[in-house]
Design a binder for this molecule. Structure first.
Ligand code: CP
Length: 305
């Protein structure tokens, strides 16, 4: 695998993904390795984040690197009108690696084309969130002991949810059956249904979030409705609480079921689910540190023993 930037999970083969998982396992066994001494990593977050930014920064810190960057673009010269091209070329003068989140779809791809410094896409609009996908797949592998032939139910905002779009593509290498649960307004976009058809992936669309769907699932991937992507907030109000997972709905679920969520959660998982051993979303976020250590080292061409 010789790709420096991580822009889209569509650029990665099954073998590439398994390579990341093996590296993540090594970092989970020992996260404190001084592999980034002398390296500076920049985190440029043009949209809010808790987990992605802090887990990338933890990953760098545990590897002995240094961090520069911003978590609020309003404090930077982009608020004075600086264009993304200039920001990226400036930060390329200072850092060995750029981790960026941007509200525009394609922003990370564009950045990777105008700098020699590797770019890691930490989310671009409603498009892709590939580092989330690698930690999601790592979480699926850890909890299921395999990746092939799983029943994966994805619930919520399938239209705007970039984690959904990336996960679908990433898991497509492992012959899943997908169950897409969404209201009409937030259905999985046609482009992803065409993708499933092209790759001979079985999928089913549902508007009811029923126990019948839950009970056949190995993975239940809940997502929040993405308020920030709506142009009409009245439309958001109509769908924001459409599906809520409650503990009682899990009574007849499979023993191996795990509940994932990229987080943040709003209302879509009731707090009574938190103590159920099938709830895995907090551990999932912890796995982000190990997956992101693997991603950073791969981007910088650093071998891990
Ligand atoms: N999963 C995720 O992207 O979370 P944050 O928005 O907190 O980074």
């Amino acid at each position: 695998m010789k790709k420096e930037s991580l822009v889209s999970i569509t650029d990665y083969t099954q073998e590439d993904i398994l390579h990341f998982l093996k590296k993540a396992e090594l970092f989970e066994a020992n996260p404190n390795r001084k592999l980034l001494e002398g390296k500076v990593c920049a985190t440029l977050f043009f949209e809010p984040s808790t987990r992605t930014r802090l887990s990338f920064e933890t990953a760098v810190n545990r590897l002995g690197g240094r961090i520069i960057g911003f978590s609020d673009a309003a404090t930077t010269s982009s608020s004075k009108g600086e264009i993304l091209k200039d920001t990226i070329r400036m930060v390329s003068n200072y850092a060995d690696l750029i981790i960026m989140r941007h509200y525009l779809e394609g922003a990370a791809r564009y950045a990777s084309e105008i700098t020699k410094v590797p770019i890691i896409n930490a989310g671009d609009g409603a498009n892709q969130h590939p580092s989330q996908t690698l930690l999601d797949i790592y979480s699926i592998y850890k909890t299921q002991g395999k990746l092939d032939h799983l029943q994966i139910t994805i619930v919520g905002d399938l239209k705007y949810g970039r984690t959904v779009h990336s996960l679908l593509v990433g898991m497509s290498h492992f012959n899943p059956t997908f169950h897409f649960v969404a209201p009409e307004e937030l259905k999985i976009p046609d482009v992803y249904k065409i993708f499933c058809d092209t790759h001979h992936l079985e999928y089913h669309e549902h508007t009811d979030f029923s126990e019948a769907v839950i009970n056949q699932s190995d993975i239940l991937y809940m997502t929040r409705v993405q308020r920030e992507r709506f142009t009409d907030l009245m439309e958001y109000e109509k769908v924001k609480n459409i599906y809520i997972l409650r503990n009682s709905m899990l009574d007849n679920s499979k023993d191996n079921l795990k509940i994932l969520h990229p987080l943040p959660r709003v209302n879509e998982i009731a707090c009574d689910v938190d103590d159920n051993p099938k709830a895995y979303f907090i551990e999932q976020a912890k796995n982000g540190v190990f997956a992101r250590q693997a991603i950073i080292c791969e981007a910088l061409g650093i071998e891990v023993d």
